[in-house]
Design a protein around this ligand. Structure first.
Ligand code: AGP
Length: 589
């Protein structure tokens, strides 16, 4: 949610700033802006719309900041776009200032005149009020008065070559390379721009000054840090089509890379936690939550351990009594999702062992965790998660297998077949012409249901989420066994119900549910790897899935559903990479 970037380059920073900003767009795309500091002072260009809306002659200056917005306080407009300016300062902000109303009243009482409806403008007005000639001191003093979350970058007209940044909860990294220094919301946006990167910890400040980038505390005392090489795989997928199409096409490669990483991963450091955990929790949001549900299913079956699976927000709301001896598995593609981070902090503060599964090795979640499993999906730009979901499943299957091993000295039978997911994912693409034809058939539908039993209930939930998110259709999932307990009432002539049947033992029951749909005039679609299930089915359309050991099928079965949502979206003329109202990383509550 919102991306911020700052850059210092002696050759002028405009081009680099714009390039980074374009890469940050997936964090928010309802408005964008830059501010550059030159001898003439601070020049601001900001507009409603995407980064393209900023087109115009390059702005001069070696030092600059930029922002892509996902509106929280104040609708998308030119005035509400960042950077916000006051006195000698310009500021970009990601996060939410919770005490903005009280601060605004206080500042207005002192004569401040606000130009926007945002919580962020309060911060720059506060800095301008507190400034007594010491740029850093003014920013630090302002931060001390803020409640909520922020990553911010500030320019001061008196201090050419300087940017002061602060972090509380919202992500911030410092980076260097290509003759330039950077601060940024995340690492993927810096791919191709910077070579070395170092994340800021919570409460730290980052400064660019005197031709170097460094960290310090609120008093300005420097904190020693080690920069590491920008991780490989930080680059976005290239090729034709939308990012979502490319990212679906990259699933086999992403699985192969993730598998290679898993093969080199030593689970010994977390063996004790896996072996002795009294309770196992899994926390995540959205698609990652579906992966966590699949983990629950796999771990409970294979390791004979109860997994308590919560959405991160529900985990926070109820704050279950976490203690030593509990294992909390936090799953997040970005590693920056605010709710998941807070759930992870809760777990840590309670004394639990925190294990993370992320696609971002420099993320806040990875830094917080006692042990991390890295997906190697590569940068995922489209807001809808695709390849990262397949890789999350792979990592979590590996974790379930390790749990089984450490608790019962045996790996599940399918453990040796994880590699089969790679060719199977490739083979899943051969169903795409049929899936695209199905999308054309469903294009006129206002809504649809996805059903499944056992592990297929989770795949159904993920398929429905994808359709809601990018094709803007009402789409829900329902365990197939629950259909006749209420949801069947929605089925009328032509209403689409899409069923997954990848567990042979449950396939007949799922088939029965579809028959009930057909009997009410519904349009029934079946997905299965079993020829006999498909041929015996009464479905109007059948999509054959590639076969892997049954417990691994969710990682394959979801691929045609990802494609279905993408096709529906494109057929409807929507942009799958930037669905309305959403952003990739939900870094605010
Ligand atoms: C998935 O398509 C969504 N964009 C969303 O549900 C996402 O999975 C969720 O916000 C969690 O993100 P994370 O994995 O980065 O924590």
């Amino acid at each position: 949610m919102c991306g911020i970037i700052g850059c210092f380059s002696r050759e002028g920073c405009y081009e680099k700033l714009m390039e980074g900003l374009a890469r940050l767009e997936y964090r928010g795309y309802d408005s964008a802006g830059v501010a550059l500091l030159s001898e003439g002072g601070i020049a601001v260009r900001k507009r409603r719309g995407g980064v393209n809306a900023l087109a115009g002659p390059p702005l001069a200056g070696q030092t600059g900041i930029g922002h892509t917005r996902w509106a929280t306080h104040g609708r998308p407009s030119d005035a509400n776009a960042h950077p916000h300016a006051a006195g000698k300062f310009a500021l970009v902000h990601n996060g939410i200032v919770e005490n903005h109303a009280a601060l605004r009243r206080e500042l207005e009482g002192q004569g401040a005149v606000f130009a926007s409806e945002t919580d962020s403008e309060v911060v720059v007005q506060l800095i301008a009020r507190l400034y007594r000639g010491d740029f850093f001191a003014a920013v630090s003093a302002a931060c001390a008065r803020l409640q909520g979350s922020f990553a911010l970058a500030v320019l001061c007209a008196d201090r050419p070559g300087e940017i002061v940044c602060a972090r509380r909860k919202s992500p911030l990294v410092a980076a260097a390379g290509g003759g330039a220094l950077f601060v940024c919301s995340d690492v993927p946006a810096l791919a191709g721009l910077a070579e070395y990167v170092c994340p800021a910890a919570d409460g730290e400040f980052v400064r660019i000054a005197g031709g170097r980038v460094f960290f310090c505390d609120g008093e300005g005392k420097e904190i020693a840090k080690v920069f590491s090489r920008l991780p490989e795989g930080s680059r976005a997928e290239t090729g034709g089509g939308t990012f979502m199409e490319r990212e679906i096409a990259a699933v086999p490669r992403a699985l192969a890379d993730t598998l290679a990483g898993l093969r080199g991963l030593d689970f010994a450091p977390c063996a004790r936690a896996l072996r002795a955990a009294k309770r196992v929790f899994a926390v995540a949001c959205g698609t990652a939550y579906h992966a966590a549900l699949a983990f629950k299913d796999a771990a409970e079956r294979e390791a004979d351990v109860t997994v308590l699976c919560h959405t991160s927000s529900a985990f926070r709301d109820r704050a279950p009594r976490i203690g030593q001896g509990d294992l909390v598995v936090a799953v997040s593609q970005s590693g920056e999702t605010a709710d998941t981070l807070e759930a992870a902090r809760l777990a840590k503060s309670g004394g639990a062992y925190l294990l993370s599964v992320t696609n971002a090795p420099h993320s806040s979640l990875a830094a917080l965790a006692d042990f991390g499993i890295a997906m190697r999906a590569g940068a995922e730009v489209a807001v809808a998660a695709t390849k990262s979901y397949n890789c999350q499943l792979l990592c979590l299957y590996a974790l379930a297998a390790q749990l089984a091993f450490f608790r019962h000295a045996r790996f599940p039978a399918w453990y040796r077949s994880l590699g089969a997911l790679v060719p199977a994912a490739r083979e899943a693409f051969s169903a795409f012409p049929a899936v695209q034809a199905l999308a054309a058939r469903l294009a006129g539908a206002k809504g649809m249901y996805f059903i499944g039993r056992g592990q297929d209930a989770v795949t159904a939930a993920e398929g429905a989420l994808k359709v809601r998110e990018i094709a803007y259709r009402f789409a829900e999932s329902c365990p197939a066994g629950e259909l006749k307990h209420g949801t069947l009432a929605l089925v009328e002539e032509g209403f689409p119900v899409l069923a997954l049947a990848t567990e042979r033992a449950l396939a007949q029951k799922c088939e029965n549910a579809l028959a009930e749909v057909k009997a009410r005039g519904g349009y029934a679609v079946l997905f299965s790897q079993y020829e006999e299930v498909l041929s015996a089915s009464c479905a109007d359309a059948a999509i054959r899935l590639p076969a892997v050991p049954e417990p691994l099928m969710p990682a394959v079965a979801v691929i045609p559903l990802q494609e279905l949502a993408c096709s529906l979206c494109l057929l409807s003329g929507y942009d799958p990479d930037r669905p309305r109202n959403l952003a990739k990383s939900v870094t605010v509550e």
